[in-house]
Design a protein around this ligand. Structure first.
Ligand code: ADP
Length: 323
């Protein structure tokens, strides 16, 4: 395809599409690291998409390939319908990436920083919308302030502004609320929703299941370079309805009573039974009734919601079982 005649579809079906995307890094000792293994993934246009996964799962590699910062080993990918091999320039222009770190050049003002970024992307001075973007992220008052005087929340918003200078239809936020307090997290969530309402497709990586549930309409979970779950958020959360019930019994046990063997249960110490169950399949009272039927006296009870870590463990186990 000749890039000079590229026609950009204003409404492609997918904001991002990957097929068989593969990345092998060569580590220092010469070992191969398979960071992505044949990833097929479609990010629908217009929504907020969550890319979840533990550290080292391959999230940054995926994003950096799309943004033209890492060269893939195999497979294909497109951003806004633009193939990253055939049309790298347009594909790169269709995506803005907001990095995780808050490093800003302390001696530039926000205004200057956006102008430099626009120059970097080749946006001609006449087409720059520097003040408009600063207004959009609520930093118009700080246009001429030193960046080092900005608060953490303002810095994050300035980084978003930087990623918006070339007006990309897809914005990727890497762990947008890592290490921020609850109040700021909520205000950043509102901000992300607002950007999305204004028409930008958002992709965010996060460790926080709560954040993904609050913001994302679709979620992919990636682990060891493979997509192990992909669904709309509601279905995924329902699927991950596992809970833990910790029962402390009054008398020490030698072994698990046989009557409880129909449950998934562990005996981490002789007075504690840990039941893992799905709320869609088992009710707490069934477990409690079985404990009472086994002649045990309950001294204490606690339930625990699964966190992302449990979910990864469970999904990874499922993926292995089905392999
Ligand atoms: P995530 O963003 O989910 O934490 P990454 O994409 O950063 O995951 O990393 C995926 C895997 O690739 C990890 O095992 C990581 O150590 C490895 N990796 C990432 N970048 C490099 C690199 N430049 N050289 C060698 N290995 C790398």
């Amino acid at each position: 395809m000749n890039t000079s005649t590229t026609v950009i579809d204003p409404q492609p079906e997918h904001a991002i599409s990957a097929r068989g995307l593969h990345k092998v890094y060569r580590a220092d000792g010469g070992d191969q690291v398979h960071a992505l293994r044949a990833v097929d993934l479609d990010v629908p246009r217009g929504g907020i998409f969550g890319l979840l996964g533990p550290n080292g799962a391959g999230k940054s590699t995926f994003i950096n390939i799309l943004a033209g910062l890492v060269v893939k080993t195999g497979g294909s990918a497109s951003v806004w319908g633009l193939d990253i091999d055939r049309d790298p320039r347009h594909a790169r222009a269709a995506i803005g990436v907001v990095p995780q770190e808050l490093n800003l050049d302390a001696f530039f003002t926000p205004y200057e920083m956006l102008e430099v970024q626009a120059g970097f992307y080749g946006v001609p001075p006449k087409e720059r919308r520097t003040m408009e973007i600063l207004e959009r992220v609520g930093l118009e008052d700080k246009a001429k302030a030193y960046s080092r005087s900005l608060s953490g929340g303002m810095r994050r918003r300035l980084l978003v502004a930087k990623a918006l200078v070339h007006n990309p239809p897809v914005l990727v936020l890497d762990e947008p609320t890592a290490g921020v307090d609850i109040e700021l997290r909520r205000s950043l969530w509102d901000f992300v929703k607002e950007l999305n309402n204004n028409g930008t497709t958002i992709v965010l990586t996060t460790h926080y299941l709560e954040e993904a549930e609050e913001l994302c309409d679709h979620i992919a979970i990636i682990n060891r370079g493979s997509v192990i779950a992909y669904d709309d958020t509601r279905s995924l959360v329902q699927r991950l309805d596992n809970k833990e019930l910790r029962v402390t019994v009054a008398q020490p046990l030698d072994a698990l009573p046989g009557a409880l063997s129909r449950f998934t249960v562990d005996l981490p110490d002789d007075c504690t039974l840990v039941f893992r169950y799905r709320t869609s399949e088992t009710e707490v009272r069934e477990i409690l009734a079985a404990v009472a039927d086994a002649g045990l006296v309950i001294a204490d009870l606690a339930t625990e919601e699964p966190d992302l870590e449990d979910i990864f463990l469970e999904l990874t186990r499922e993926a292995t079982d089905h392999a």
